[in-house]
Design a protein around this ligand. Sequence first.
Ligand code: TRP
Length: 358
Amino acid sequence: MTYTRCGRGLPRSTMREPDRQHSPLVSVPAPRRMTLRRSATAEDPFAFAASVREGLAHAVKHLHCAWFYDEEGSRLFEEICALPEYYLTRAEERILRRHAGSIVSGLPERAELVELGSGSAAKTRILIEELLARNGHLRYVPIDIAHGMLERSSRALLEEYPLLEIHALAAEYQEGLEALAREAPTPRLVLWLGSNVGNFERPAAAQFLGRLAKHLLPGDRILVGIDLRKERETLERAYDDSLGVTARFNKNLLARINRELGGHFDLASFRHGARYDEHLGRIEMYLVSAKAQRVPITALGMEVEFAEGETIHTENSYKYSLEEIAELAQAAGLVPDQQWFDTRRAFSLNRFAPRPVT
Ligand code: TRP
């Protein structure tokens, strides 16, 4: 495997000896290929420090959600996905299983599969298998901020699918887009699953998708998993589960500040909060200070003061109505192509096409 930074030229794939052990009669299986690049910011220890300082010095305290996904956070998020209350993952997986054929239909044979926020890539396997069955080979470009998880999931996929070629990029979305823009135009299916779009403000989501669309060819498609508006109780339980996994995931942000920046947060004196704002159609996630306290963060040379009940805003998760999905596509300059739902209509998969140039 090769490691190169963004901006220093594109990586060259490394070839591994094909594994002949299990099939001695097959003459030459295709070589397995993989590259893993890490963006400059993904490696920058000062980016986290600067972002935490900015967020905690602000009048309305907040922390950016990209920092959730260190090793511990990525592990906890996998646990969230397996929770009975977190219906999103299973609903999306069911739609993928049921409609994999139509989801990839009409794509050019050479289309590569790009995924934003690939995580463990567990659900992606469904589409990888479908595309491999059709085309015999596939180039997969997973992009994720969590480099440890990215490397593990890529290795596991290579083990399982010898005809897969992987070009992984450890980077934030924005850098991922820039990297895509630098590559030669290739037919693509771009995946953005898990309702990750919901973690953007609505206008920012449209803007991001619009920028993505600019780098696409007319036959390309974007597949976006979007959680739907529904009753408060289901939503609030999905983000505040009975086992307290989501609470641990949220508090891991404070633990990470303790680990990496010499923070002195007492995790027991903060509690996890998730509340649905029906008007805005979003789940808001907080950490609430249970008492008045001052928390030194050594590496930042700062002391953060909290009033009793004061919050740190850590994430929004926007939910969409069908109308809002249509508006999102419109604002992004995308053409809604096809839409699929689970039987309970809790979740949606949306295939969009770039708007044809007239
Ligand atoms: N994209 C996920 C979502 O909005 C992220 C997420 C799930 C999350 N559960 C969380 C983020 C709990 C913070 C806390 O559903």
